[in-house]
Design a protein around this ligand. Structure first.
Ligand SMILES: *[C@@H]1O[C@H](CO)[C@@H](O)[C@H](O)[C@H]1NC(C)=O
Ligand SMILES: *[C@@H]1O[C@H](CO)[C@@H](O)[C@H](O)[C@H]1NC(C)=O
Ligand SMILES: *[C@@H]1O[C@H](CO)[C@@H](O)[C@H](O)[C@H]1NC(C)=O
Ligand SMILES: *[C@@H]1O[C@H](CO)[C@@H](O)[C@H](O)[C@H]1NC(C)=O
Length: 253
């Protein structure tokens, strides 16, 4: 009687122990590591989060590893400590984990991107005796806005319908300045020559609202005529009206 009671007790304890072992085994075997996003895009120099967590929630504070392309160590947590000795140099001061969430199984990685960060990331944790991992592919793009607007600007200067008012090519500005200066020089030369010849020929009053050029001092007739100058040369039978009506008049332009 007494002995069988003990046997029952022992059997009961064994049963409970085996049930407990089975359930914990089951939890271990069904516990998973999940990377909900299989691929992510990010702009360079931006902070991106690579999500990774356990289901159900389990403490992963002892060991978390993030590795790129199975070769470059991105961020390592071993025996509860962050280890940076083996960290790839492109990841220095650019990675972190959410330390307060490690005990609830959240081993997401926070990463400030570089162009060289494109690749496949492996998130690895240890659950019980087993190592679990999952993968995320990250693609890092160059800056989008600033660089494409520059491309668009150079396109518009080449296209005939481009916005030329706001984007004068430098060569055009130089050409316009030279053109204006050239026209001014030509006008001054013609004024000078015309007024000289008019004063020489007909003693006309000075008609323009700016000072008389130095070749014609104060309306006096200068009689030194260049014989090769067809304008200054007096011609026979030529009236004053005929002269002024013809050559060198500003209206002719
Ligand atoms: C893990 O942490 C990140 C950052 O705080 C958060 O965005 C994400 O939702 C968390 N995941 C879980 C399952 O708590
Ligand atoms: C990682 O793999 C991707 C895709 O194969 C590749 O483009 C990238 O250059 C690799 N990065 C490194 C650092 O090996
Ligand atoms: C354009 O892209 C280059 C590299 O591709 C980068 O170094 C530069 O900063 C970008 N320009 C701007 C204005 O962001
Ligand atoms: C500017 O460039 C981007 C990318 O190259 C393009 O998507 C966009 O349509 C362009 N815009 C104009 C006005 O050309």
């Amino acid at each position: 009687m007494h002995g069988s009671f003990r046997m029952k007790e022992i059997l009961g304890v064994l049963l409970l122990v085996s049930i407990w072992i089975r359930t914990t085994d089951a939890v271990r075997n069904t516990a998973e590591l999940r990377c909900p996003d299989t691929s992510l895009d990010a702009e360079v120099d931006k902070t991106v989060i690579l999500p990774c967590w356990t289901v159900p929630k389990m403490d992963v504070g002892n060991k978390v590893e993030w590795v790129l392309n199975d070769t470059v160590d991105v961020h390592l947590l071993r025996k509860g400590k962050h280890e940076f000795d083996d960290q790839g140099k492109d990841y220095k001061d650019r990675t972190s984990l959410f330390n307060s969430e490690l005990e609830t199984g959240n081993c997401s990685l926070r990463l400030k991107t570089k162009m060289s960060h494109t690749g496949r990331y492996r998130c690895t944790v240890r659950i019980g005796d087993e190592t679990k991992h999952c993968f995320i592919s990250l693609t890092v793009h160059p800056h989008e806005r600033s660089n494409t607007t520059q491309l668009n600007l150079s396109d518009s200067t080449n296209s005939p319908g481009g916005n030329k008012d706001s984007t004068f090519p430098p060569g055009g500005i130089v050409g316009i300045v030279f053109g204006i200066v050239g026209i001014i020089i030509i006008i001054i030369l013609i004024w000078k020559r015309k007024t000289c010849s008019e004063v020489l020929g007909g003693k006309r009053p000075w008609p323009f609202p700016f000072p008389r050029p130095p070749c014609c001092p104060s309306g006096e007739v200068v009689l030194q005529i260049d014989p090769d100058d067809p304008v200054a040369q007096p011609r026979p039978g030529r009236t004053e009206v005929g002269r002024t009506g013809h050559q060198g008049k500003p209206d002719d332009f």
